[in-house]
Design a protein around this ligand. Structure first.
Ligand code: SAM
Length: 245
């Protein structure tokens, strides 16, 4: 069943226009009477029936709201130290499949990649497109947002209200992820920071701790940056029961 994310609040009668209308009429060649799924930007999922269709506009009417809510019980914000080459494409895609709700690329001391404003804009646009495709494929109820790259200071200010702020720190050897998660069972939103290939500098860690972040170890093995975030997200979702219960 095809699923479309509509940039509008839910209504019993809705219209699909722009970049989604054309594929419905011309690529999928759907007809009046056929059904499709929509997700509104106020996170309502519904089965809808096509009432009218032209190349530019598709009118759909509610058949039934879809109870299944595919989103995890915890909102995970992945702050990812900008990795080399196109690793971020992979990280973004997999993070959305796993259930991450927001992705923030972070320019850090040891990032090889330094993006100027124009490059950052283009990259963010590219990553957002990857997010939208991954959200459709994985039947998410929302389209996670990729922000433009931030500095650590900007991240800490923007997300200061998040109750549980975790930094996976490769030098940490006292506190593990499980211990931290089990001490925070009721938390509904988590900020997770992963460093780039070159790791997190001591100065950055001091800044992060001042900003209320808790460092955790992911074990004795050093994970690649593209592994660390996904492994940690998986562990969090396992702990919250969002891996099938
Ligand atoms: N340059 C670092 C080194 O050689 O120790 C490795 C950095 S690692 C490739 C990239 C990021 O993944 C780290 O900054 C951290 O956020 C996370 N990471 C990888 N392995 C980890 C571990 N065992 N414990 C905690 N964080 C880890």
């Amino acid at each position: 069943m095809h699923r479309f994310f509509l940039p509008a609040s839910f209504a019993e009668l809705m219209t699909i226009t722009g970049k989604d209308a054309h594929p419905i009429s011309h690529v999928l060649r759907m007809k009046v009477g056929q059904q499709l799924q929509i997700v509104s930007n106020d996170q309502v999922s519904a089965l809808m029936e096509i009432e009218a269709i032209t190349e530019a506009v598709v009118s759909v009417r509610l058949v039934e709201k879809l109870a299944a809510f595919n989103e995890p019980s915890v909102r995970i914000i992945l702050a990812q130290g900008l990795p080399k080459s196109d690793k971020m494409d992979f990280i973004v895609q997999k993070a959305v499949e796993m259930g991450v709700s927001e992705i923030i690329p972070v320019a850090m001391d040891n990032c090889v990649v330094q993006l100027d404003t124009e490059k950052a804009r283009k990259k963010t646009e590219r990553w957002q497109k990857i997010v939208e495709e991954a959200a459709k494929q994985s039947k998410r109820e929302i389209v996670p947002q990729v922000s433009r790259p931030l500095t650590l200071k900007q991240l800490l200010v923007l997300k200061q209200g998040v109750k549980l702020k975790i930094v996976a720190y490769e030098v940490e050897d006292r506190r593990g992820l499980k211990e931290l998660l089990q001490s925070q069972k009721s938390v509904k939103e988590i900020l997770l920071l992963i460093g780039p290939e070159g790791g997190i500098s001591k100065e950055e860690l001091d800044l992060l701790k001042e900003g209320g972040m808790t460092s955790v170890s992911l074990g004795k093995r050093i994970l690649r940056t593209e592994t660390a975030g996904l492994a940690t997200v998986a562990a969090i979702l396992y702990e919250t029961g969002d891996f099938g219960g």
